[in-house]
Design a protein around this ligand. Structure first.
Ligand code: URA
Length: 197
């Protein structure tokens, strides 16, 4: 049944995909969400960012990264000349808010993964940016520490992946903002080289 579900999701267009996400009951996170949060941005963007999962404000408004962490993310993007909605597509590893913003569990990441895969297949980004550990886990299929994975290029089915700290983490640990800035500059250099080739 799981592989049939994945195969079906892999055929959906954008509208059907978003509707499927909104109706999804594949894991326990559906029980306490106000609404599912599919994603936002340019559906043909060269950059695709992947967060962890909706928080309270996202659950309320139906859009990723619209709370405090989202404002920091927007500022970080602006610093490298990228605008939400125009230059990036933003999705989350899980589409429904985990209760009390707890970290999504492995089974929840797995249940939501066909949606993330379909979004990646539809956007066809040139670069994926994993924001924080659960996003990196969803994209790289293994557990990594952000501190060890920063500044490296990984691969997700032919799409390059870079990882950096989650903006909510940076709000709690502002001293690491400089590292996130380095990571974004690393990503931007990679994209500049990719565009030149
Ligand atoms: N944190 C995330 O990981 N995603 C959001 O959409 C909001 C906050």
């Amino acid at each position: 049944a799981d592989s049939a579900r994945s195969a079906r999701i892999a055929t959906l267009g954008w509208d059907e995909l978003e509707e499927d996400i909104r109706q999804c009951r594949a894991c326990v996170l559906c029980e306490r969400r106000r609404q599912a949060v599919p994603g936002v941005g340019d559906r043909q963007a060269r950059w695709m960012l992947v967060g962890e999962g909706p928080g309270a404000e996202e659950d309320q408004r139906g859009e990723p990264f619209v709370g405090q962490a989202g404002r920091l993310l927007d500022n970080m993007l602006a610093a490298i000349g990228l605008r939400r909605g125009e230059d990036v597509y933003i999705g989350n590893a899980v589409k429904c808010r985990p209760p009390h913003n707890r970290t999504p569990e492995r089974a929840e990441l797995a249940a939501c993964r066909p949606y993330l895969e379909r979004q990646i297949a539809l956007v066809q980004p040139r670069l994926l940016v994993a924001l924080g550990r659960p996003a990196a886990q969803a994209l790289l299929d293994r557990e990594i520490a952000i501190s060890a994975a920063r500044g490296k290029l990984f691969d997700h089915g032919g799409v390059p992946v870079v990882v950096t700290y989650h903006p909510a983490y940076l709000l709690r640990n502002p001293r690491d903002k400089a590292k996130a800035w380095e990571d974004l500059c690393f990503a931007r250099r990679f994209m500049a080289r990719a565009a030149a080739n």
